[in-house]
Ligand binder design. Structure first.
Ligand code: ADP
Length: 416
């Protein structure tokens, strides 16, 4: 009984081709399976819609991840909506602002300029340096100071208007600065301030002139220097000057009332032709003394307004028409309604006003001929009161005048 017994190594070497074959087959099957499974896993991921991850099919293991992505998406969307809402709110507010608003980055680049700022400093929307906006030295200084971390103020004159510049710095990380520039139109405020200063200077001057002559005459009389027959004329001059002072003070009070508290007096129905009658009664003897005829024409016209102010306005116009008239001239007051708008017109056959003076006569203390105005007791405020009174009543003042022929001033009131 005998058998051939191979050694272990012999058996192994005999079986090795099979073993290699089996290993290769196993590897092949594993590779195919791995490819198939990976494809299975990747398919829903590749088809994933990042904006809506819950759409489409997914296997159970992927669902928690998709849920979290979906939640994250909603959160981001809500934050984006909030940001857009705030941006729209900011744009809306800044676009409606009358003030100009400009934001600069720390390096001085323009990040944002609202509508008002763009209208003032036209520039394209590309990011540009603050220097491209305006070359005014004040502007540059204000912005540079703000970029340096110091708030600054300044004034800028542009297109005939005056602007106040206020720049503040925005600090971040203690080194980085941005700046916010606010541009406010202060033209009216500046003009009002200038007018106030001029008015104060003029008033002091106008008050001083009659007072100086009153003092002069009074001193001569008091010192006994005046001859007895001169005392009466001197006293007459003192009276005239005192009357001028009184008229001036009354006009100043009228003007300041119109300036400040004009609106506090209630409006009432006022008949313009009745006011013209009153004014004629007050000025009839003055006109007659100068040989000037006073006429009243037209139809009744009612407006809503302040009776005293309206009477003062018509009085001033008629008084001027008498003062700046020619001997044997005439003054005509006309009232009526034109296109539904009540009007009152004062026309004279006087010396007229040259075109260059026609707008200026409404300024305070402006007189075409200073000595003529003084001679007639004028204060230089009459037409200024008319202008302010007209503004209070939303009326238009129209002046037509031909030098040497006469003047016609019309007040047109709004429709009732
Ligand atoms: P005044 O008190 O000097 O009359 P006003 O303000 O009433 O001041 O008028 C200003 C100036 O306008 C007058 O000084 C005068 O030179 C001129 N003026 C006003 N009304 C007339 C007019 N009807 N005809 C000619 N000049 C006039």
């Amino acid at each position: 009984i005998s058998a051939t017994a191979d050694s272990v190594f012999g058996a192994l070497s005999n079986a090795s081709p099979w073993i290699v074959l089996i290993i290769l087959l196993t590897l092949l099957v594993a590779a195919v399976l791995a490819g198939w499974l990976t494809g299975l896993f990747l398919k829903p991921i590749e088809a994933l819609d990042l904006h809506d991850p819950m759409k489409g099919e997914a296997y159970d293991e992927l669902s928690p991840l998709l849920h979290r992505m979906d939640k994250q998406n909603h959160k981001i969307q809500a934050q984006m909506d909030e940001l857009q809402r705030r941006q729209a709110e900011f744009d809306d507010i800044t676009a409606r602002m009358d003030e100009g608003l400009v934001l600069f980055s720390g390096k001085g680049m323009i990040l944002f300029a609202n509508h008002a700022a763009r209208a003032l400093f036209p520039h394209d929307s590309a990011e540009r340096s603050y220097l491209t906006l305006c070359r005014d030295a004040n502007y540059i200084q204000v912005v540079e100071q703000a970029l340096d971390g110091k708030g600054a103020h300044g004034k800028l004159e542009r297109n005939g208007r005056i602007y106040e510049l206020t720049a503040s710095s925005v600090e971040e990380n203690s080194a980085w600065h941005a700046a916010v520039l606010l541009i406010v139109d202060i033209t009216e405020r500046e003009r009002a301030e200038q007018q106030r200063q001029e008015f104060t200077a003029n008033v002091s001057h106008e008050l001083k002139t009659p007072l100086t002559s009153i003092m002069g005459y009074a001193e001569i009389i008091a010192g006994g220097i005046a001859k007895p027959e001169d005392v009466a004329p001197f006293a007459g001059k003192i009276r005239t000057e005192a009357q001028r002072l009184l008229a001036l003070i009354e006009d100043i009070i009228h003007l300041s009332r119109l300036d400040e508290g004009g609106e506090t007096v209630a409006f009432e129905p006022v008949e313009l032709s009745a006011l013209c009658d009153t004014v004629r009664d007050r000025l009839q003897s003055k006109a007659a003394g100068k040989g000037i005829a006073l006429h009243i024409e037209g139809e009744p016209a009612a407006v809503s307004g302040q009776r005293r102010t309206l009477e003062q306005m018509i009085f001033n116009l008629t008084d001027n028409a008498i003062n700046y008239n020619k001997p044997q001239g005439s003054v005509t007051l006309v009232t009526g309604t034109e296109n539904g708008r009540p009007f009152v017109q004062v026309a004279d056959t006087g010396i007229g006003i040259a075109p260059a003076d026609q707008q200026r006569v409404f300024e305070r203390f402006y007189r075409v001929d200073k000595s003529h105005s003084k001679m007639t007791g004028g204060t230089g405020l009459g037409l200024s009161i008319v202008k302010h009174g007209a503004a209070l009543h939303h009326a238009e003042v129209e002046l037509k005048s031909v030098l040497g022929e006469g003047t016609c001033i019309t007040l047109r009131f709004p429709k009732e």
